[in-house]
Design a protein around this ligand. Structure first.
Ligand code: ADP
Ligand code: MG
Length: 446
């Protein structure tokens, strides 16, 4: 027997004693399933325990968290236990080492800080993201970036990862969207590799989780993310998370996770102002190696004014213009007249779909008002009542964040929007006229 094996046997027998002595496992369970297990290897953060039967393996995997905790106490460092059948271990020695070490970063290389245009709408989130990239785990943990779709959250998230990789190649970085995370959890459970999956994530220096709102309601993924999250934050590893809404507004996420999110820094991204939109357009043209004189300034002004709610739409409008110019005159100069032609042929949005605009129109028509009156500052009773209803319906049917609804209704504060929704909810409980009106409006909407 080698010295290394003696050492492993010693650790393992201490672990087993503690499992029994401290009452983590009942004696009968221990004798049947744990007694024959052996500790075969410890390298880096991975401890490999082998067992003789499938049943032993299943039971040990269930208790792996307890084993990890004891190993951590004995070795004074984080160690994650992997349970394998003896045969699996013998045949698969190589593979075990590979799964332990490899984790693809999944970063999108095109998104960097260099090509991210900074303006008042994203200054805060940019500066916080850069701080995290510059010194991972030191400043804000987690950093939580929230805002509507198309405002650069995914871009910033990848910029953090790409920056860390460029400046410190020894650091491990991983980008994932929460829907990919859920699929990976499902697959790992199927393949019985969930512990590997967790261990890989817990060994990271930087974890970038995009669109965390999609974790809502996915209990197992939620639980695993919670563990990974705690481990990383406790060991001062950086986590950056994005979402389409503020953490407290994500329904279906456990309170304990939301309060953990709030322990770091939450910053919002807004729609770019005119100057930022114009700068983004110019930078995208440069990126596509387009001559700056290809498009007239008043055309760029037109796009920056009309499509700036969402940078993706801004890019879409630019692409459409370029496509139009290629089709109608082999890359000819784009003036205002041509631009109007290009946008005139754009398909209008599908009216069957419920949108904020449709809700505004239907509610305004129902009460004989104009859409402008609905979003105006007027506090006249019938106008404000209709406004409350429209706001309530936006929340109910579109599930939009309060901030976003506020923007759609005359840039009102999110607390005003919450109070509108609450007013209608209260009235619905006691006022049958209100429920009839809402029912009729909903019929017109669908
Ligand atoms: P989100 O994740 O918030 O929905 P994305 O990060 O996917 O938005 O951004 C959508 C597109 O807009 C991407 O192509 C991105 O590069 C671009 N974009 C957004 N904000 C900026 C910015 N400030 N500077 C340059 N490009 C931007
Ligand atoms: Mg995104």
């Amino acid at each position: 027997m080698t010295v290394a094996q003696l050492y492993l046997d010693d650790i393992w027998s201490k672990t087993k004693n503690l499992l029994i002595d401290e009452g983590h496992v009942e004696e009968i369970v221990f004798n049947t399933y744990f007694e024959e297990a052996c500790l075969n290897d410890i390298n880096n953060q991975c401890a490999i325990v082998t067992v003789k039967t499938h049943l032993q393996k299943i039971i040990l995997i269930q208790e792996v968290e307890k084993i990890n905790n004891i190993l951590k106490r004995l070795l004074d460092r984080e160690v994650f236990c992997d349970v394998l059948l003896e045969d699996e271990y013998k045949n698969n020695k190589k593979q075990v080492v590979i799964t332990e070490k490899t984790i693809d970063d999944h970063l999108l290389n095109v998104y960097t800080f260099d090509n991210f245009i900074v303006g008042p709408s994203n200054k805060e989130s940019h500066s916080a993201a850069l701080a995290c990239a510059y010194n991972p785990g030191k400043f804000y943990n987690p950093l939580f970036i929230y805002g509507n779709s198309g405002l650069g959250k995914t871009h910033l998230l990848n910029a953090v990862g790409n920056y860390v990789k460029k400046t410190n190649s020894s650091k491990t970085v991983h980008y994932t969207s929460s829907s990919d995370f859920v699929s990976q959890v499902v697959q790992s459970i199927k393949d019985n590799t969930i512990e590997d999956f967790k261990r890989n994530l817990q060994s990271l220096d930087v974890l970038l989780m995009d669109d965390v709102q999609f974790l809502a309601g996915k209990e197992k993924s939620h639980e695993i993310f919670f563990h990974v999250f705690n481990e990383l934050v406790n060991t001062k590893k950086q986590i950056v998370i994005t979402s389409d809404r503020h953490p407290t507004e994500i329904k279906g996420l456990e309170d304990r996770l939301i309060s953990r999110f709030s322990s770091g820094l939450s910053v919002g991204v807004d729609s770019p102002e005119f100057e930022t939109s114009l700068a983004i357009l110019k930078s995208k043209m440069e990126h596509h190696s387009l001559d700056a004189t290809l498009i007239d300034d008043d055309v760029l002004t037109y796009i920056a004014t009309n499509f700036s709610k969402d940078v993706r739409k801004l890019e879409g409008a630019l692409n459409r213009l370029i496509f139009y110019s290629i089709n109608f005159g082999s890359n000819q100069h784009i003036d205002f007249k041509m631009a109007i032609g290009a946008f005139k042929t754009q398909p209008s949005s599908n009216e069957k779909e419920i949108t904020v605009n449709k809700i505004k129109r239907v509610v305004a028509d129902y009460y004989g008002l104009t859409k402008q009156q609905l979003v105006s500052k007027s506090r006249t009773k019938n106008i404000s009542n209709a406004r409350h209803i429209a706001i309530y319906l936006c929340r109910k049917h579109l599930d939009l964040p309060f901030i976003r609804i506020g923007e759609e209704f005359g840039r009102r504060d999110h607390s005003t929007i919450i109070s509108s929704c609450e007013k209608i909810e209260k009235q619905l409980k006691k006022d049958t006229f209100m429920s009839i009106a809402i029912g009729e409006i909903e019929k017109l909407l669908f």
